[in-house]
Design a protein around this ligand. Structure first.
Ligand SMILES: [Fe+2]
Ligand SMILES: [Fe+2]
Length: 487
């Protein structure tokens, strides 16, 4: 931490400590007493120094930690005691903190008045409201709303990205390669979409090459590729979604023991599964409200459009015939319900069933125009388990759930050690499915990644060192896991 930052934190600490001391001091001492004078002076000095840096200071307790504005103060011995005291003061008044706004005319009498009011408020029927009315328009006011979201500002280095975790050199090279092939896949698919929407001829060779690259990456490190599938780009939903569905399908294919060639064909067909959406009016794709029956009929045509689009791609016939099937089948259930509806006696193909699972999972865990807050991976898997046997293949889904893990890559976890971490991977055979995580730390209001921890690690007493208290979706904090997990 820089010297300036250390000084600021020290000022915060001084302010909080004298804030906690003063109610007692004004109650017990006369204004001419030295303790009274010194404490008043200390409070006014630290407040005025801090106001020179920021005109509004919000001090609050959030989940057992003290925050000044959005900065969490790291726990020192002094502050550990302060948290307990401050929590008592706030809870007794049904408030969440104090807001100090810069004032020009600021006298010792004002400070004393505030602390007297603070002491008195405790015996009022609605202490928070009473205090708020007493302090209305003044330099200090109680914070009465509990709504506090830690605004995570990623550590910038001038790039706006989080500092990546320190990988060993081998993994680092693989991570770079994986991320490159993801962006290439995205670029190639966007380009292909643009070309077909204006009726230009397109060739299968480029998409095939990027998928081949991803297959190589998959066999080198499955987790890296899987963590790429957590990328979410709201502005370009269809392309990002298609690349994610391709990755998830390929990973599932590998778990099922398919060969590299088979996985390549599966990945390529998954990449093309929604290609026919270019033929659906854009207003319908972006619609936020429910479809009318006519509109839904229109949307339901996209698997067939995908098939027609693939037929027009320049490629050898043998490959093309293999690519058609899963785009056609991806909205059909294994009970043959869904769409496109038709008379059929043959069951769905393996690739069709795989892509349907990957498609469901990515669609559920993404934010969409009609559902801005995405469903958590855990909820998504539960929803999918509810339609296993009718829409989704139950056996394949079991393998998929195993692959995603109890704590999917990218999940933010709050630990009982009061640390926050992001799930990196779950080693196979991990005790109770306990993952390896990257510890995240707030430093100067920024989020930085720290060392990698293993949640199955035990202390000398034979107990787990850390346990997960709660899981959060990374998007709740505006985080893209791949920014943290991959450089
Ligand atoms: Fe679709
Ligand atoms: Fe889809």
């Amino acid at each position: 931490m820089s010297t300036a930052a250390v000084k600021t934190v020290k000022l915060y600490e001084d302010l909080i400590l004298s804030l906690l001391r003063l109610p007692q001091v004004v109650r017990l001492h006369q204004p001419n007493n030295k303790i009274y004078i010194d404490n008043l002076q200390a409070f006014r000095d630290s407040l005025q120094l801090l106001w020179q840096m920021t005109p509004s200071l919000n001090i609050r307790i959030h989940r057992g930690r003290i925050y000044v504005n959005e900065t969490r103060l790291s726990s020192t011995k002094n502050l550990a005691v302060a948290v307990t005291k401050l929590t008592e003061i706030l809870e007794a008044r049904q408030i969440f903190g104090f807001r100090f706004c810069k004032a020009d005319n600021f006298t010792d009498e004002d400070i004393v008045q505030f602390f007297q009011d603070l002491v008195q408020s405790r015996s009022m029927p609605s202490p928070g409201d009473w205090l708020a009315s007493r302090l209305e328009g003044k330099w200090v006011s109680p914070i009465q709303d509990s709504d506090f979201k830690i605004s995570i500002v990623l550590s910038t280095d001038g790039t706006g990205k989080a500092k990546p975790i320190i990988w060993n050199a081998g993994i680092r090279t693989l991570a770079l390669k994986a991320k490159k092939s993801y962006s290439r896949a995205l670029a190639v698919l966007t380009n292909l979409n643009d070309k077909i929407s204006v009726g230009e001829n397109v060739n299968v060779s480029k998409p095939r090459r990027v998928v081949q690259d991803m297959v190589e990456g998959l066999f080198q490190n499955e987790n890296l590729l899987l963590s790429l599938s957590t990328i979410r780009d709201y502005d370009d939903y269809t392309c990002t979604h298609s690349v994610n569905v391709a990755i998830l399908s390929m990973c599932l294919g590998k778990r099922l023991g398919l060969s590299k060639i088979q996985i390549m064909v599966l990945g390529l067909s998954a990449l093309f599964h929604d290609l026919g959406k270019v033929d659906i009016p854009i207003d319908l794709i972006r619609k936020t409200s429910k479809f009318t029956p006519e509109e839904y009929d229109e949307v339901k045509k996209h698997p067939l459009h995908s098939v027609l689009r693939i037929l027009r791609i320049n490629s050898d016939h043998a490959l093309k015939s293999k690519l058609l099937v899963s785009p056609y089948e991806h909205h059909l259930g294994i009970d043959l319900g869904g769409y496109p509806s038709f008379e059929r006696a043959t069951p769905l193909t393996l690739y069709g069933r795989i892509v349907a699972i990957a498609d469901h999972y990515d669609a559920l865990t993404s934010s969409r125009s009609y559902r801005p807050v995405p469903i958590s991976p855990e909820q998504a898997l539960n929803i999918m388990l509810g339609i296993a046997g009718s829409q989704l293949d139950p056996l394949l889904l079991k393998v998929f759930v195993n692959m995603i893990g109890i704590y999917p890559i990218g999940t933010l976890v709050l630990l009982d050690s009061q640390e926050v971490a992001m799930v990196m991977e779950t080693p196979s055979g991990a005790e109770q499915g306990r993952p390896n995580c990257v510890l995240l730390e707030f430093v100067d209001n920024n989020l930085e990644s720290r060392e990698v921890i293993d949640l199955s690690e035990k202390g000398d007493d034979g107990r787990f060192r850390r346990n997960i208290l709660r899981c959060f979706h990374p998007s709740e904090f505006g985080l893209n896991p791949s920014d943290i997990l991959l450089e």
